[in-house]
Design a protein around this ligand. Structure first.
Ligand SMILES: [Zn+2]
Length: 116
Protein backbone atom coordinates (compact mmCIF):
# COMPACT_ATOMS: atom_id res chain seq x y z
CA UNK A 1 0.00 0.00 0.00
CA UNK A 2 1.14 3.52 -0.76
CA UNK A 3 -0.35 6.39 1.19
CA UNK A 4 0.02 10.15 1.10
CA UNK A 5 2.09 11.33 4.08
CA UNK A 6 -0.05 14.38 4.78
CA UNK A 7 -3.60 13.06 4.55
CA UNK A 8 -4.73 15.47 7.26
CA UNK A 9 -3.34 18.44 5.32
CA UNK A 10 -5.03 17.25 2.10
CA UNK A 11 -8.35 16.84 3.91
CA UNK A 12 -7.99 20.24 5.53
CA UNK A 13 -7.26 21.98 2.20
CA UNK A 14 -10.37 20.37 0.71
CA UNK A 15 -12.33 21.47 3.77
CA UNK A 16 -11.37 25.16 3.51
CA UNK A 17 -11.25 25.50 -0.30
CA UNK A 18 -13.78 27.90 -1.74
CA UNK A 19 -15.11 27.14 -5.23
CA UNK A 20 -15.32 30.77 -6.37
CA UNK A 21 -11.68 31.56 -5.50
CA UNK A 22 -8.89 31.04 -8.05
CA UNK A 23 -6.62 28.06 -7.37
CA UNK A 24 -3.52 28.33 -5.22
CA UNK A 25 -0.79 25.68 -5.02
CA UNK A 26 0.30 24.31 -1.66
CA UNK A 27 3.90 23.17 -1.06
CA UNK A 28 4.55 21.19 2.11
CA UNK A 29 8.18 20.95 3.23
CA UNK A 30 8.75 17.74 5.22
CA UNK A 31 10.81 17.58 8.39
CA UNK A 32 10.47 21.18 9.63
CA UNK A 33 8.39 23.26 12.06
CA UNK A 34 9.38 26.61 10.52
CA UNK A 35 10.63 27.86 7.16
CA UNK A 36 12.73 30.79 6.03
CA UNK A 37 10.52 33.56 4.69
CA UNK A 38 11.39 35.88 1.80
CA UNK A 39 12.83 38.48 4.20
CA UNK A 40 15.22 35.91 5.67
CA UNK A 41 13.30 35.52 8.93
CA UNK A 42 12.02 32.28 10.45
CA UNK A 43 8.33 31.94 9.71
CA UNK A 44 5.40 29.53 9.92
CA UNK A 45 4.31 29.92 6.30
CA UNK A 46 4.66 32.00 3.16
CA UNK A 47 2.07 33.18 0.66
CA UNK A 48 3.79 33.87 -2.65
CA UNK A 49 1.16 35.97 -4.40
CA UNK A 50 3.08 36.35 -7.69
CA UNK A 51 3.11 32.59 -8.24
CA UNK A 52 -0.13 31.89 -6.31
CA UNK A 53 1.42 29.40 -3.95
CA UNK A 54 1.50 28.73 -0.23
CA UNK A 55 4.60 27.18 1.32
CA UNK A 56 4.43 25.59 4.76
CA UNK A 57 6.58 23.23 6.82
CA UNK A 58 5.02 19.84 7.52
CA UNK A 59 5.27 20.29 11.30
CA UNK A 60 6.99 17.74 13.52
CA UNK A 61 5.02 17.47 16.77
CA UNK A 62 1.24 17.11 17.18
CA UNK A 63 1.10 20.83 18.10
CA UNK A 64 3.31 21.59 15.12
CA UNK A 65 0.94 19.83 12.75
CA UNK A 66 -2.03 21.75 14.18
CA UNK A 67 -0.08 24.96 13.69
CA UNK A 68 0.49 24.00 10.06
CA UNK A 69 -3.26 23.71 9.43
CA UNK A 70 -3.74 27.13 11.00
CA UNK A 71 -0.91 28.57 8.87
CA UNK A 72 -2.44 27.16 5.67
CA UNK A 73 -5.82 28.74 6.48
CA UNK A 74 -4.11 32.03 7.39
CA UNK A 75 -2.23 32.18 4.08
CA UNK A 76 -5.29 31.02 2.12
CA UNK A 77 -7.17 33.96 3.60
CA UNK A 78 -4.44 36.28 2.26
CA UNK A 79 -4.88 34.60 -1.13
CA UNK A 80 -8.62 35.32 -0.98
CA UNK A 81 -7.88 38.95 -0.04
CA UNK A 82 -5.38 39.22 -2.88
CA UNK A 83 -7.74 37.77 -5.51
CA UNK A 84 -10.42 40.23 -4.33
CA UNK A 85 -8.00 43.18 -4.51
CA UNK A 86 -8.08 43.74 -0.75
CA UNK A 87 -5.13 44.62 1.51
CA UNK A 88 -3.83 41.92 3.86
CA UNK A 89 -5.52 42.04 7.26
CA UNK A 90 -3.55 39.98 9.80
CA UNK A 91 -6.29 40.04 12.43
CA UNK A 92 -8.95 38.77 10.01
CA UNK A 93 -6.55 36.12 8.69
CA UNK A 94 -5.92 34.85 12.22
CA UNK A 95 -9.64 34.79 13.04
CA UNK A 96 -10.37 32.88 9.81
CA UNK A 97 -7.57 30.39 10.61
CA UNK A 98 -8.85 29.73 14.14
CA UNK A 99 -12.42 29.32 12.89
CA UNK A 100 -11.39 26.89 10.13
CA UNK A 101 -9.20 24.70 12.38
CA UNK A 102 -11.94 24.49 15.01
CA UNK A 103 -14.60 23.66 12.40
CA UNK A 104 -12.31 21.03 10.81
CA UNK A 105 -11.62 19.36 14.15
CA UNK A 106 -15.33 19.35 14.94
CA UNK A 107 -16.12 17.83 11.52
CA UNK A 108 -13.42 15.15 12.05
CA UNK A 109 -14.94 14.25 15.41
CA UNK A 110 -18.44 14.09 13.89
CA UNK A 111 -17.13 11.80 11.13
CA UNK A 112 -15.56 9.35 13.55
CA UNK A 113 -18.78 9.37 15.62
CA UNK A 114 -20.65 8.06 12.57
CA UNK A 115 -18.35 5.04 12.29
CA UNK A 116 -19.17 3.69 15.79
ZN1 LIG B 1 -0.53 37.00 7.55
Amino acid sequence: MIYFASDEIREFTEFISMPNISPVELYVIPGYDTIETTDGEKGLAVYDLENARIIVPEGLSKEGKKQVLSSIAHEYFHHIEHTQGKAHDEEKAEKFARRMVTAFEFAAVSDSDKRI
